[in-house]
Design a protein around this ligand. Structure first.
Ligand code: PMP
Length: 425
């Protein structure tokens, strides 16, 4: 680290950052957590500039599923990078990476790599339009599929509406926003509009809450799409490799036509993929559907993907994670009772959501926004002081690197934070 940085405080460095980076950050998602600079991560922990250690449940927004600086990922990447980064030509590592990802997810025959989830979502929508000859797509309220003009939309139902300055209205004219977990709404929209090429969904809604699909919802989407010849796209950028080795498709037993992957695919390295049947991806291969990218399949990303897939294929990995996450969720619930906190926890042990308010099951975005967001934001500020690293949107991610000891310590810190919240008993 450069000396002028190592001698700095979080506050001083934020002032410097704000001079050269708009808002002091490089992604607007981070505007909410810009007050601390993380200088190091190892396993499930991170350290800030001032030497404070945190147990991390943000995990870089998901990618560090194997823990920070996982030694096997580092060693694979280190070995690969000695021979160069990328070549603008084929490299054997990208073939093995594709084989291993397809072996993990099982349902797909082919894939193309990208670097970000945003790009993979664009590829999926383009392939769906090319395949069906139709122009519009259905998506769901509160889901996220990247920051580009044609997918970044407000949570208003109906046709998509921009949320950023500079976003052209026309870009969202093909985007129809429906409530999630509502098959009737989907059927009605499709009956009313013959121009739907695709339905894209997070197969578990994790960008708002952590909402497992109602029984029959994904199956219903599958049925409607097959019947109406609409392309079903699972956006597995968060759920892929996190919910199970085969992602949400495996966990919930429903196969999409196309799926996008990212985040956890490469142990923290930027890699994404669009996967599907040979039939759907065929015209990508002939060049009729354009899919490009200088860094796609780059050697070190492919080496990281191979190493990640090897680790995720080991026995008991997911069973251990379930046990650990369940212990954490149950412990939090117990502490909420102790402190009279109106805490609601839902989701799965590897990705769950905390909110304060009603303890009724949250089924969709409308339910979620009834929870007390301000209380949770206040809680996040308090628990950060107890050295737990999370975002203020309620999601907690577990990694393969967390241990029972980390969970025990987390619960102690959680207890301490709740005691400072002064809930009415
Ligand atoms: N899809 C989903 C479900 C996501 O959660 C995200 C990112 N949070 C994206 C797509 C976009 O991925 P990226 O940030 O890598 O472009």
């Amino acid at each position: 680290m450069n000396d002028s940085v190592s001698n700095s405080s979080n506050t001083n460095l934020l002032a410097r950052a704000q001079k050269v980076l708009p808002g002091g950050v490089n992604s607007n998602v981070r505007l909410a957590v810009r007050d601390r600079f993380i200088v190091r991560g190892s396993g499930p922990r991170v350290w800030d500039l001032e030497g404070n250690e945190y147990i991390d449940y943000l995990l870089g927004q998901g990618p560090n599923f194997l823990g920070h600086a996982n030694p096997e990922i580092l060693s694979a990447v280190n070995a690969a990078m000695q021979d160069g980064m990328l070549f603008g030509a084929q490299n054997p590592l990208e073939v093995e990476a594709a084989e291993r990802v397809l072996d993990a997810i099982q349902w797909a025959e082919q894939l193309r790599f990208n670097v970000t989830g945003t790009e993979a979502a664009q590829a999926a929508l383009r392939i769906a339009r090319a395949h069906t000859g139709k122009g519009k797509y259905i998506r769901f309220q509160g889901h996220y599929h990247g920051w580009l003009d044609n997918v970044l939309t407000s949570t208003k139902l109906g046709f998509g509406s921009p949320i950023s300055l500079g976003q052209p209205m026309s870009a969202l004219s093909g985007c129809l926003v429906l409530p999630w977990n509502d098959l009737d709404a989907v059927s009605k929209a499709i009956n009313a509009d013959p121009d739907i090429a695709a339905i894209i969904t997070e197969p578990m809604m994790v960008n708002s809450g952590a909402i497992v699909p109602d029984t029959g919802f994904l199956e219903g989407l599958r049925e409607i799409c097959t019947e109406e010849k609409i392309v079903l796209i699972f956006d597995e950028v968060i759920t892929g490799f996190r919910l199970s080795r085969g992602g949400a498709a495996q966990r919930f037993g429903v196969s999409p036509d196309l799926a996008t992957y990212g985040k956890a695919i490469a142990g923290g390295f930027p890699v994404a993929a669009i996967a599907g049947s040979e039939k759907l991806l065929h015209k990508v291969g002939t060049g009729e559907i354009n899919h490009s990218g200088t860094f796609n399949g780059y050697a070190i990303g492919s080496a990281a993907t191979i190493a990640a897939m090897k680790i995720l294929g080991r026995p008991n990995i997911y069973a251990n994670l379930e046990t650990l996450g369940t212990t954490l969720m149950e412990g939090m619930n117990g502490l909420a009772v102790k402190h009279g906190a109106p805490l609601h926890i839902q989701g799965l042990p590897m990705a769950f959501h905390l909110s304060f308010g009603s303890d009724e099951k949250i089924r969709n975005y409308e339910d979620l926004v009834k929870q007390n967001e301000a209380s949770y934001k206040r809680f996040v500020a308090v628990i950060r002081e107890s050295n737990i690293w999370i975002t203020d949107r309620g999601i907690w991610y577990l990694s393969m690197a967390h241990t029972q000891e980390d969970v025990k310590e987390t619960l102690e810190r959680f207890d301490n934070a709740l005691s400072k919240m002064n809930f009415e008993l």
